[in-house]
Design a protein around this ligand. Structure first.
Ligand SMILES: Cc1cc2nc3c(=O)[nH]c(=O)nc-3n(C[C@H](O)[C@H](O)[C@H](O)COP(=O)(O)OP(=O)(O)OC[C@H]3O[C@@H](n4cnc5c(N)ncnc54)[C@H](O)[C@@H]3O)c2cc1C
Length: 389
């Protein structure tokens, strides 16, 4: 860290500038937002090149810092389970897809245009205990180095790991319906360790990202993800092995928890997954990351506390998360009900933290009562037990 700072000084990087550790989703969004608000920013990224490919999707609520990075969008999505299928839509808030390499390219271009932003590639930073931000030589520091290594959550809280493998599948004949994204397709056979489903982004009739996802309380769950995808491709589209090939692959593990994020960070203002940006009940983080970047930039680059959802949303998320952990076998029925019974725009408002009290009440009424009352009661009991002496 000290070496890095003296290198930046030699390059005339202003003392008032912000240093962002990690040039991923959150680091680049903040850097672009800050330079466009008139600040100077250096992003320090461990990797070089485009090795870590990933695809982000989000419902567009107008918050994206780099909207031009999106390359595809859909205004219809479906949830499937067994013979059940529901389709929902919200034309005003399409579901957009961003490839990470496009995002990085747009960010680099915007930073280069600003003249006050720079990216230092290939430097893996570790922050020493004596290098806490706030000192004379330590600038405003933001820590966007991705999720913290997994730690146990405090008593009364829940942690699920959303693990997935996605494959870009090219077929020899047109099979994908490009009109609708498959948000969740629950197979007949359940995962022994939690909830398993498939996710499909059909970008062309012969090209789709097909993902197999598991929500599990066990971090290192051993799931044959690739075999599940091959079985799914055969059963859903009737494709033989010779009729498709894998053009690219991505994988991830996203923490879903109702435990509060660490604040303040020991190595600068935490951002992105490090700041607990993933929505507890869904794992979606993209829009929250964009919002945080905008908020920090409009506050003149001062750190903002991590996103704190309204109390109602936090309660609903905590109960939903516990339901997913304790009653995973009921997940297919519940998601079919939610997407089937509620209007598309309402579901999207809930998923993007814009729901009104009336929306939340309608959502609660659409849920099956017994499993959620049980999850709510356990949440209340466990939280009380954790605070009582
Ligand atoms: C494959 C995948 C798909 C996802 N899809 C979605 C989605 O569709 N929608 C959604 O809302 N969320 C999605 N997420 C969740 C979340 O939005 C992403 O994980 C997002 O990339 C998190 O942003 P981040 O900046 O916190 O971390 P990252 O984007 O992972 O960025 C961290 C950066 O820090 C760098 N770094 C790490 N250590 C150091 C170090 N010591 N020094 C310097 N640099 C370092 C890394 O190289 C990396 O570039 C997805 C996650 C994954 C893994």
């Amino acid at each position: 860290m000290t070496e890095l700072l003296s290198r930046l000084r030699q390059e005339d990087f202003p003392r008032s500038g912000a240093v962002v550790l990690g040039g991923g989703c959150a680091g680049l969004a903040l850097a672009v937002a800050l330079v466009e608000a008139g600040g100077a920013v250096a992003v320090v990224e461990a990797r070089t090149g485009d090795r870590d490919e990933r695809t982000w999707c989000y419902w567009d609520t107008g918050q994206a810092v780099m909207p031009e990075a999106a390359s595809r969008s859909w205004d219809r999505w479906e949830v499937r389970a067994g013979a059940g299928r529901v389709v929902a839509s919200d034309a005003a808030h399409p579901y957009r897809m961003v490839r990470a390499r496009d995002y990085r390219a747009v960010a680099r271009e915007r930073l280069a245009r600003s003249a006050t932003g720079r990216i230092v590639d290939g430097v893996r930073v570790s922050v020493g205990a004596d290098e806490r931000p706030g000192g004379r030589d330590v600038p405003r520091l933001f820590d966007a180095r991705g999720p913290m290594p997994s730690v146990a959550v405090p008593a009364g809280r829940v942690l699920l790991h959303q693990r997935f493998v996605g494959q870009w599948i090219r077929t020899t004949r047109p099979v994908f319906d490009t009109a609708a994204v498959t948000l969740m397709d629950f197979p007949e056979s359940r995962a022994p360790s939690g909830v398993r489903f498939f996710y499909v982004l059909p970008v062309a009739a012969d090209l789709a990202l097909v993902e197999c996802t598991v929500f599990s309380a066990v971090e290192h769950v051993s799931e044959p993800f690739r075999r599940h995808i091959a079985d799914y491709v055969r059963s859903r589209w009737g494709l033989d092995p010779g009729e498709w090939q894998v053009e690219g692959q991505e994988a991830g593990s996203i923490p879903m928890t109702d435990a509060p994020a660490p604040w303040p960070g020991r190595s600068g203002v935490p951002l992105g997954l490090r700041a607990g940006a993933a929505r507890p009940s869904t794992g979606y983080a993209y829009t929250r990351i964009q919002l945080a970047a905008r908020r920090i930039a409009s506050a003149g680059g001062r750190g903002a506390p991590p996103i704190r959802d309204p109390f109602r949303t936090r309660v609903l998320d905590a109960v939903f998360l516990r339901f997913l952990r304790d009653q995973p076998h009921r997940a297919p029925e519940v998601f079919l009900r939610l997407f089937g019974r509620l209007p598309g725009p309402l579901t999207v408002r809930f998923l993007t933290e814009r729901s009104t009290l009336r929306d939340d009440l309608r959502l609660v009424l659409a849920l099956p009562k017994a499993p959620f009352l049980r999850a709510a009661a356990t949440t209340a009991r466990e939280r009380l037990r954790a605070v009582l002496p």
